[in-house]
Design a protein around this ligand. Sequence first.
Ligand code: UFG
Length: 337
Amino acid sequence: MRILVTGGAGYIGSHTCVLLLEAGHEVVIVDDFSNSKPEAVRRIGELAGRGAELAEVDLLDRASLDDAVAEAGPEAVVHFAGLKAVGESVAQPLRYYRTNVAGTLNLLEALAPTGCRTVVFSSSATVYGPEPQLPLKEDAPTSATNPYGWSKFMIEQILADLHAADDSWAIATLRYFNPVGAHPSGRIGEDPQGIPNNLLPFVSQVAVGRREKLSVFGDDYDTPDGTGVRDYLHVVDLAAGHLAALHRLVEVGGHHVWNLGTGQGRSVFEVIAAFERATGVPIPYEVTDRRPGDIAASYADPTKANQELGWTADHTLDAICADAWRWQSQNPEGYPD
Ligand code: UFG
């Protein structure tokens, strides 16, 4: 198939593009490089042995987007492009709603005249809100606590309404838990700009000497060791989930929501120990106050994706840490400009 991938140069997008190309699909990346580098696109081609096409376009530039979509002539779209920092979204709500929600509307309106009606959307377990009932199933109530989360919530609703109005749209909403790790080659991985918000990139940067020590945000949660518990899944497993969802959508159509997670919760202390085990590098840390907005625990019930997609997230936390470390140690400053 010919597949348009928005945000294809980003962390999850780049890993998904490699798998799509390896599966024989043609890939057209739409990316404005606002939080990614052209080098990622070059390395996608290097890994897959075959390049992706590139349209350097901002989803908010409606005229350029219409042209790029018409020229690409996709049969399906995987939509990653968006802003994703929770704290930043609280400070800049309008920017988040415009980029994420209006960007998605532009994309859907650009697709409408082309006849392409198959969309896989990058959502987040953050839509399960502040007091999740664990393990999380897809039919759990949804809400949000910050503009980033609300933007995902709103886009999910827009996609559901679109399918309800016209069931020729085939829609998969994928709710990710915590994507971590990197391609086993060490050639592509997560390249956060500035101070990393997320645990694994921060731990990796401490290990490589870019940061002095990790702050553990609270050890007084109601969890077995008091630190936050999350469902960490390998980014290559997550990428494979997109292919499985896409193939299923093409077979059966419809509107689907699938959790993509391992089903296992791991604490911050467990992640530190696994990283030290996988790398032999000690991680200095101090326990600090809780981070505002954090919840004690979140992990998936991935049964629906396991059964309907034949997909599971198989990589262990140790394999995740080893792959994260290969990427970080071979690319200590991330991608070159
Ligand atoms: N943590 C630390 N120190 C850090 C960073 C994180 O102790 O420097 C802890 C957090 O308190 C949490 C765990 O590590 O317990 C994981 O934190 P992340 O920031 O890596 O992940 P979150 O689960 O908080 O965030 C993820 C996604 C967001 C999404 C959010 C809510 O990255 O996009 O889940 O579901 F909004």
